[in-house]
Design a binder for this molecule. Sequence first.
Ligand code: FMN
Ligand code: SF4
Ligand code: SF4
Length: 285
Amino acid sequence: MPDYTCQIVEWVKEKATIPVIVKLTPNVTDVTYIARAAVNGGADALSLINTINSIVAVDLDTFAPQPSVGGKSSHGGYCGPAVKPIALHLVSAVCGDAKVKIPVSGIGGISTWKDAAEFIALGSATVQVCTAVMHYGFRIVEDLIDGLSNWMDEKGHRTIEDFRGRALPNVVKWEDLDLNYHLVAKIDHATCIGCELCWVACEDGAHQAIRRNARGNGGPVVEIIEEACVGCNLCSEVCPVQGCITMESMPSGAAPVTWKQFTAGKGKLAPRSEHFHTATFGPKP
Ligand SMILES: Cc1cc2nc3c(=O)[nH]c(=O)nc-3n(C[C@H](O)[C@H](O)[C@H](O)COP(=O)(O)O)c2cc1C
Ligand code: SF4
Ligand code: SF4
């Protein structure tokens, strides 16, 4: 409830003699409403995210959720590397909110200097680390500092402010993305081990844009059908060989057009082959 957030922050601010940093939970529908309420209550800064409500497992012999306390459990707080994408999104939402003009401390899954730099690039003024310190000890902080500092030297950033928030303008609504930006998967046949995982994923979970060839004829086991590929990335995610499937941009030859513009009758979609629209389950070798 944003109203309660505002009220509680006001109470704390009335008595506090030091700056008040309000920590936000991710367990809400839209964190920006809570962030604004904390700002309205007088918060000096915000931090996010706290842990995500979760049940990690159920013992199928006893039906006790894990970890079990005498056969019972409660939801726990999910944290660590798995929550980083959620935290980055929520930090970007708060830092990109014009009504939030106070510093934000980014938290959630930070365990390397790169993680820290990403949070800062999305607007965090500071970062915090919990799980990684519990896992590797406080010494990990020295590694974060060294790594961040080396990268900043390499890029010519003198202070954090030189790159803080630089990624924020690139976070847009999906309807503002260019529909004529075409990506196509490319397979490096020299490193492909012929496991066919990409074929399975594309055939059953994407656009049937990978051809599976008969083995033993000396040719590649799998090939991308470029005109059917929608650039969804799935094959590159499942390929077990690092760098074997890359996503490459293919100039569509058409001017950029967003969904918003297209549905308002402005701009044209680049032509696509019939195969792109009608890819179906093909014959199996
Ligand atoms: C064991 C444990 C205890 C925590 N206790 C608190 C707490 O008392 N108050 C709080 O605001 N956050 C608490 N957190 C949340 C962390 O401060 C942090 O927001 C969250 O774990 C995400 O960061 P991380 O991925 O670096 O762990 C706790 C986290 C863990 C793992
Ligand atoms: S990017 Fe998507 S559509 Fe294209 S080949 Fe890979 S899985 Fe198929
Ligand atoms: S998943 Fe990768 S290694 Fe396996 S067949 Fe596809 S391209 Fe080759």
